[in-house]
Design a protein around this ligand. Structure first.
Ligand SMILES: [Zn+2]
Length: 69
């Protein structure tokens, strides 16, 4: 688990929501922000520590929905 701060790919945890992840059955969605380009996107809480920016990294998993925030 990481608290607010960069993960190893330079992604900041902005907010931890209570919304269920769409990709992981026991996870919730966290809002991450890329330290490189500023893109905000959703990540499930289990993968947040290894998540990469979907804008900077075309091979990264697409972000989860965060439009309600
Ligand atoms: Zn980025």
């Amino acid at each position: 688990m990481i608290e607010r701060g960069n993960n190893r790919h330079g992604q900041d945890v902005i907010r931890k929501t209570t919304t269920r992840s769409t990709t992981h059955p026991f996870a919730t969605i966290w809002v991450l922000q890329c330290g490189g380009c500023g893109t905000r996107y959703g990540s499930n809480s289990c993968d947040a520590h290894i998540r990469r920016c979907p804008t900077c990294n075309p091979d990264a998993a697409p972000g989860e929905p965060i439009e309600q925030f």
